[in-house]
Write a protein of this length. Sequence first.
Length: 196
Amino acid sequence: MDEMKSAYERAMERADSLGKASEDDLAKWKYIPEGEKLAARYLKEEYDISTELGKYDDKARKYVLEGAQGILIRNIDLPRNEFTKKRNKMVMEAIKELKRDKVGIENVYTKLRRLFSHYEKEGEQQRRQTYEAVRRDYEAKLMQAAQQQLGTATPPKVNVESQPQFQQEWRAVMAQLDSQYLRLLDEYKKEILNVR
């Protein structure tokens, strides 16, 4: 009868069958996190990231760059406020510094700026109109419920916007409105990654 193997023994056998990590894998595991740290530090301190990147040899630089770009790209967001607008500008400048194909990255940035502009102008108008419609609808529901419950013709005035249910409903509507922009933003982020 065969002996039963421990979980550790089975795991070790599987690890042996996979073989040793290649030199390339080891470099990737070491330098991608270093690139992520560089980008995180850049976001806090705003220093010359390309100079820091220049301190690495060609083999390591490839992975440091990959890690840094990943963090920087994740920090591009819809321009919901002034902080995000400034962060986007700072991140986009850093990414452009790291890319060799300046024309290619500028082409993607043109689309990105158009998206941001639409979000701020037409999107803001759409959000305002939708907010008013949601507020009126919720107010009508509250009035109807109050009339049914109290049986009076004119129920007391309630600040709809302070109601948690209204806030929850508005957040859900906002998420739906933003989803179309976020879908495009994700596409452009993928394009940024593919620019050399």
